[in-house]
Structure formats: structure tokens, C-alpha cells
Design a protein around this ligand. Structure first.
Ligand code: SF4
Ligand code: SF4
Length: 156
């Protein structure tokens, strides 16, 4: 019988302990650290070091900095990147290697950043996007160079 009341006492004590903490944060809302995701989508700012996916920035003229050198593809430890190149005829008639398609498999990427570090022309960066859920993983295969884009003048 004594054991029964001891168990009830411990249960009530544990409940009050939890309620005390709840009550504290109820009266000190500014100290709450929990993010109200996804309600805070519009204002949510990830911390600086967060890496969500590899992207290739393009400027307003639809130009990028990728030469198609494949250094990122070689640096990637798990075959996430596949660079398809082509030969372009220059104004002087010479042929030059250029990027045709930059294939990026987001489903394989570990966000290690090695490709970004390996790139000699700063053509790719890590973006802070993170909502990557899809029903079909084929949708995670991305082409990073935009349709009709070309390399910026002066980038070799
Ligand atoms: S971040 Fe790492 S895993 Fe992802 S593509 Fe770059 S090198 Fe590969
Ligand atoms: S992203 Fe950088 S490393 Fe990769 S192919 Fe383009 S220029 Fe080379």
C-alpha cells in the first residue's frame, strides 16, 4: 500500500517539475529557442555555414563562370557531379572546350563542399536551400547551367 502512494507521489512530483519548466517559458517567451518552422519560412535565416545544395550562379546576362574543366567532378568523392562538355568555335576559328551540361545528383550529395573548393573559377557555391523532399527521386537530378547560358567573358 505504501509503495502505491510513493508511486503516485513520484508521478505528481515529476508532472509538477515538467509543468514548472513549461510555466517558465510561458512567462518568458523571448527565451524560447525553438523555431516555429514552417510558419517562419518567410523570415527564416539559416546560419552562415549551413550548406543545402550545390548551385551555379548566373548573372543578369545569363552567364556563368564554369569552363567545364571537370575539377569539381574529379574532387567529388561519390560521383554526384557529371560534366558533359562540347567544343565551341571561337571568333578566331579555334575550337575551345565548353560546358554543355552540368549534372548534379542532389540525392547523392553529402554537402561536403569539396567541389566548391576544387573549382578554380568560383563557378559553383553552396546554397542554403533545404526543402528538398520529393516523391520521385529522379527530380533530385538537376542541371545547374541554365538553358541558353554561356560563360562570362574573361573566365578561362
Ligand atoms: S558537396 Fe561534396 S558530395 Fe556534394 S557534389 Fe560537392 S563534392 Fe560532391
Ligand atoms: S564548376 Fe568549376 S570545377 Fe566544375 S567544371 Fe565548372 S569550372 Fe570546372
Amino acid at each position: 500500500m505504501k509503495e502505491y502512494f510513493v508511486t503516485i507521489y513520484k508521478g505528481v512530483r515529476s508532472l509538477l517539475k515538467g509543468m514548472k519548466l513549461t510555466g517558465y517559458y510561458f512567462t518568458h517567451p523571448r527565451e524560447i529557442k525553438t523555431e516555429e518552422y514552417p510558419d517562419n519560412r518567410a523570415t527564416l535565416k539559416m546560419f552562415d555555414r549551413f550548406k543545402g545544395e550545390v548551385v551555379m550562379p548566373h548573372d543578369e546576362k545569363n552567364e556563368h563562370r564554369c569552363t567545364g574543366c571537370q575539377a569539381c567532378e574529379i574532387a567529388c568523392p561519390n560521383g554526384t557531379i557529371k560534366i558533359i562538355t562540347k567544343q565551341e568555335i571561337q571568333p578566331d576559328g579555334k575550337k575551345k572546350k565548353a560546358i554543355d551540361t552540368f549534372v548534379y545528383h542532389l540525392e547523392l550529395c553529402t554537402m561536403c563542399n569539396l567541389c566548391v573548393v576544387a573549382c578554380p573559377s568560383d563557378a559553383i557555391v553552396m546554397a542554403q536551400t533545404f526543402e528538398h523532399s520529393v516523391y520521385d527521386k529522379k527530380q533530385l537530378k538537376k542541371v545547374l547551367n541554365k538553358p541558353g547560358s554561356k560563360i562570362m567573358e574573361g573566365v578561362e
